[in-house]
Design a protein around this ligand. Structure first.
Ligand SMILES: Nc1ncnc2c1ncn2[C@@H]1O[C@H](COP(=O)(O)OP(=O)(O)OP(=O)(O)O)[C@@H](O)[C@H]1O
Ligand SMILES: [Mg+2]
Length: 357
């Protein structure tokens, strides 16, 4: 935007904001005045003295107004969700042998054998970034890590930390770490991690920078007092993550969670179909071979569709039936893989650039 356009927008937002304030509509006024503040800061950035001082002073005054207006705590609800015991173990996650091995060495072994960890000069706790296509089992895998560590699982979606109310994003971050204070050891799982840990660039919002700094600072503070805090982060966009946090940085080498191989696909189908009546000798291995490209989530959906088909048949024939291979094959015809080949290539190429442990 050009200077004149910023100026027009700031003036318009200030006027409208003031009108709303006069009518007692503080919530609506707040967002308009916040936009005006952004505009003023942009104008200050593109100005030299004396205009710079004028815009800085106007922005300072407006900030004061906004702070006075800012609701104390628009949402007192914690952004964290707690699962005390995930009940998931590595054995519940099909495939992912390599990822399990890396996690065992990096996180699980030191935790279950602290004596050995000390002998080998390894720290307890730690951070790990997992990445991969949607539905490949990242969340399930993170829950399994908490299960293997026998720790409570706190989960937060990174984008939910950001809030348009002034200062609320920072309050969300401190709220998280306050909630964690009560636990000697825990797993904190950050989903959609790219929105919190994206690489710094000029377009990145000032609020994002402040929240990330606040988050990392608070994390280090807690870490110094509690060795047993594990940070797991998951993303579908690993290339957006700030490289300074990877390899040798805070997260170390990120771990790839690929789509399931044939044997893992068969295991996922078997787990989904275990509680339902299936025809005798249903060969899920040969079926799984035909389902290349299906994610774990796709396979769950496919089973659901096949179960629906079998149930429809039972309803129509009024005769108890079982789930047949042809139900699964028919379901596969309408329920195609959700991840495109070029998406997989994106992950593979990221992986080549950041080879594993
Ligand atoms: N390796 C696996 N073993 C067993 N079940 C799996 C596996 N992968 C996926 N699933 C099934 O698919 C569901 C969806 O997986 P999950 O939510 O963990 O994927 P995700 O990678 O976190 O997806 P998103 O990127 O959309 O967050 C799981 O709840 C589980 O039922
Ligand atoms: Mg997930």
């Amino acid at each position: 935007m050009k200077r004149a356009e910023w100026e027009a927008e700031v003036t318009a937002n200030l006027r409208k904001g003031q009108n709303l304030l006069d009518q007692g509509r503080e919530g609506e006024a707040f967002s308009l005045l916040e936009c005006a503040l952004e505009g003023m800061l942009a104008l200050a950035r593109m100005s030299t003295e004396p205009a710079l001082s004028v815009w800085t002073e106007r922005a300072r005054k407006l900030l004061q107004t906004l702070e006075d207006l800012s609701p104390d705590s628009p949402s007192e609800e914690s952004p964290l969700k707690l699962i005390a015991d995930t009940g998931v173990r590595f054995s519940d996650v099909a495939g992912l042998g390599e990822a399990k091995e890396v996690v065992y060495r990096r996180l699980v072994r030191p935790a279950i054998n602290p004596e050995g960890a000390r002998r080998w000069n390894q720290r307890l706790g730690g951070s790990l970034l997992i990445y991969g296509p949607p539905g490949s089992g990242k969340t399930l895998f993170a829950k399994a890590i908490a299960g293997e560590l026998d720790l409570p699982f706190f989960t937060v979606t990174a984008s939910s930390l950001f809030n348009r109310y002034l200062g609320q994003s920072e309050r969300n971050v401190s709220r998280i770490f306050r909630d964690l204070e009560g636990y000697e050891a825990a797993v904190l799982f950050i989903d959609e991690a790219e929105s919190l840990f994206e690489r710094r660039n000029e377009d990145r919002h000032e609020v994002t920078n402040r929240v990330v700094t606040e988050f990392l600072g608070a994390l280090d503070g807690v870490r110094q007092r509690k060795e047993g805090l594990f940070l797991l982060a998951a993303t579908n966009y690993p290339e957006k993550i700030d490289p300074a946090l990877l390899r040798g940085g805070r997260f170390g080498t990120p771990v790839y969670i690929p789509l399931p191989e044939s044997a893992a696909r068969a295991a996922i189908l078997a787990a989904q179909l275990d509680p339902v009546p299936c025809e005798a000798n249903l060969d899920l291995f040969s079926l799984a071979e035909t389902l290349e490209g299906y994610s774990g989530a796709d396979l769950v959906l496919l089973c659901q569709k096949a179960i629906d088909l079998a149930q429809d048949r039972e309803e129509q024939t009024l005769c108890p039936t079982r789930l047949h291979r042809r139900d699964l094959e028919e379901a596969a015809r309408t329920s195609l893989p959700s991840v495109r080949a070029e998406e997989i290539r994106r992950y593979e190429s990221f992986r080549e650039r950041s080879p594993g442990d």
